[in-house]
Design a protein around this ligand. Structure first.
Ligand code: V07
Length: 264
């Protein structure tokens, strides 16, 4: 009997994407997914194309991933678009990257508005070129009243710098007598970070086979499930997002519905 059942399972038709999407919805969907979109340069290298061709292809991948996250009822999708460390890249590459928000929003903003998505940005606005900020600000304004998926772009973002800024800002509140160091808790400190209103990510995805955090949301990822895949970001499709969420759901079911924090 067991042999027969084994055969049934192995003979099972591979599920279609829409079946997997529907099945996924029967289980816990992560409220907040964060993605380190790595492997764009490698994707281009493999095809003897310039690195910027990989970045451009990677930008195209953001659209179907956003659509699917929205359809699944994900509340926040945080995407690492540009890190504080990326400035050392060749000037031409940085300039190309800083034009991507405009190009992305130029074609996609109407759909984001239509689909009730709210655009946000986290990161240090200081060094970001004015033309880039103009496009991002306009998108944030035009989607400010949307209450669907929050599409949060980490742009000129670095986690240590975010933590330092939080420490400085807390110290200055102490100095002004607004708060005492005795009151400092996990939650209070978190409120000095850039995105306390978004909640911590439930699932972090990093593409392209690198197994590190690269200065991304160090404080907020304390309890997050990690999903690493060898797939390069421009090759990351709906099925890969579903795969990551299925992995997340398997883990959370293993805890019998309890959050991992409750089990320590
Ligand atoms: C960038 C494409 C995705 C792969 C990672 C590197 C290159 C979308 C944006 C973006 C940012 C803000 C915004 C709207 C879109 C973006 C940069 C790079 C700098 F409001 N993709 N993408 N920004 N890449």
């Amino acid at each position: 009997m067991l042999e027969k059942m084994k055969r049934w399972t192995s003979l099972k038709e591979p599920e279609s994407l829409s079946q997997r999407i529907n099945e996924c919805k029967n289980y816990e969907i992560p409220d907040h997914i964060a993605i380190i979109m790595d492997g764009n340069g490698r994707w281009a290298n493999k095809r003897a194309l310039p690195r910027v061709a990989g970045h451009h292809e990677g930008m195209k991948t953001v659209k179907p991933v956003t659509r699917l996250a929205n359809e699944l009822g994900v509340k926040v999708l945080t995407l690492y678009a540009f890190s504080t460390e990326n400035w050392v890249r060749p000037k031409m590459e940085v300039e190309f990257l800083m034009k991507l928000p405009e190009e992305f929003l130029g074609t996609f903003l109407p759909e984001l508005i239509e689909e009730n998505v709210q655009v946000q940005m986290m990161g240090d606005r200081e060094q970001v070129p004015a033309h880039t900020l103009r496009a991002v600000d306009q998108a944030m304004e035009k989607t400010a009243h949307n209450d669907g998926l929050v599409l949060n772009f980490a742009l000129n973002y670095g986690s240590r710098s975010e933590i330092l800024q939080a420490v400085k800002s807390f110290s200055s509140d102490v100095k002004e007598g607004k708060v005492s160091p005795d009151e400092l808790t996990d939650d209070l400190f978190g409120s000095y970070m850039m995105t306390p209103h978004l909640g911590d990510p439930d699932l972090l995805i990093r593409t392209s086979g690198e197994i590190r955090l690269s200065n991304f949301m160090l404080w907020q990822l304390a309890y997050t499930e990690f999903w690493f895949t060898d797939v390069l970001w421009p090759d990351f499709k709906e099925e890969h997002l579903i795969e990551a969420i299925e992995g997340f759901q398997k883990r959370s079911r293993r805890y019998g519905g309890l959050k991992s924090e409750d089990l320590t």
